[in-house]
Design a protein around this ligand. Structure first.
Ligand code: PEP
Length: 251
C-alpha cells in the first residue's frame, strides 16, 4: 500500500461562514477528481455546514483544528473528540505549534488528546517541529524525537495507522521563510527512521509525513518531490482557492 499524498489546509481562525463555504466549495470542486487527498481544517463553526455543502468523498475531507482531552464535562468553551466523531468529522489536528505556544499544550497533554481522539474514532494530523533557536543549535532532530517520543509514540501499531505526521518548523510558519527542500527531506527521513525503529518498516513506509511552513503555489512542487515529503499542511496559502488548488496540483 503506497502512502497517501495529502494537501491539508489549516484555515486557523479565518473566514466567516459565507466566505468559508465559497472557499471550501471552490477547492472541493477542483480536488475531488484528483488521486490525492485534500483535507480542510476549518473553524469549529464551519464543520457542520460544510459537511452538508461538500459532497462526501474520500478525496476531500474535513478536519477540526483541536479537541479537548476529556469526552465531556464542565469545560466551558471546549469541544470533545466524541462530539466531532458524532458529526462524522474524520480528522483532527493536534499539537500545532500555535496551540503549544498560546494554549500551553505540552507533550503530556497532547498524549491525552491523542488518546481521546483515537478512542472516539478520529484520525489525527499530529504536528511537531522546532523553533529557530533549536534549529540554530542543530538540535532539531533531537527536539522532534522528544516531541514524538513523549506523545505520539505512546500509541500502538494499530493506532498508528490513523496518524498523519506534520513536520512544521516554527520558524517557517507564517513567516514567508520556507525550509529548503533538503532541510525538509532531512527531517522527514529522520522521522521515518524513528517510526521504523519504534513500529517497524510497514508503519514507517505507510505513514504520510507532511511538511508545513510557508508552503505556496510556487514552492510546493519542489518540496513535494522530496522522497519522504508526502504533502503539505498549509496555513496562509490555503485561504486562497486558486493558490491552494495550485498546491494540490503540485503533486
Ligand atoms: C500552519 O499553520 O500549519 C502553517 C504551516 O502556516 P503557513 O503555511 O501560513 O506557514
Amino acid at each position: 500500500m503506497a502512502r497517501k499524498k495529502i494537501a491539508a489546509g489549516n484555515w486557523k481562525m479565518n473566514t466567516n461562514i459565507d466566505d468559508g463555504i465559497a472557499l471550501a466549495v471552490a477547492v472541493a470542486d477542483a480536488a475531488r477528481s484528483k488521486d490525492t487527498v485534500t483535507i480542510l481544517a476549518v473553524p469549529f463553526t464551519h464543520l457542520y455546514p460544510l459537511q452538508k455543502k461538500i459532497k462526501s468523498s474520500s478525496k476531500v475531507l474535513l478536519a477540526a483544528q483541536n479537541c479537548h482531552h476529556k469526552a465531556s464535562g464542565a469545560f466551558t468553551g471546549e469541544i470533545s473528540a466524541p462530539m466531532l466523531a458524532a458529526m462524522k468529522v474524520p480528522y483532527v489536528i493536534l499539537g500545532h505549534s500555535e496551540r503549544r505556544e498560546y494554549n500551553h499544550e505540552d507533550n503530556a497533554l497532547l498524549s491525552l488528546k491523542l488518546r481521546a481522539a483515537l478512542d472516539a474514532g478520529l484520525k489525527v494530523i499530529f504536528c511537531c517541529g522546532e523553533g529557530l533557536d533549536i534549529r540554530k543549535a542543530n538540535a532539531h532532530v533531537a527536539h522532534v524525537k522528544k516531541q514524538l517520543t513523549e506523545s505520539l509514540f505512546q500509541l500502538t501499531i494499530a493506532e498508528m495507522k490513523n496518524i498523519v505526521i506534520a513536520y512544521e518548523p516554527i520558524w517557517a510558519i507564517g513567516t514567508g521563510e520556507t525550509a529548503s527542500p533538503a532541510q525538509a527531506q532531512e527531517m522527514h527521513a529522520a522521522i521515518r527512521s524513528m517510526l521504523q525503529k519504534k513500529y517497524g518498516k510497514r508503519i514507517a513506509e505507510n505513514t504520510s509525513i507532511l511538511y508545513g511552513g510557508s508552503v505556496k503555489g510556487n514552492n510546493a512542487k519542489e518540496l513535494f518531490s522530496q522522497a519522504d515529503v508526502d504533502g503539505g499542511l498549509v496555513g496562509g496559502s490555503s485561504l486562497n482557492a486558486t493558490e491552494f488548488v495550485q498546491i494540490i496540483n503540485a503533486f
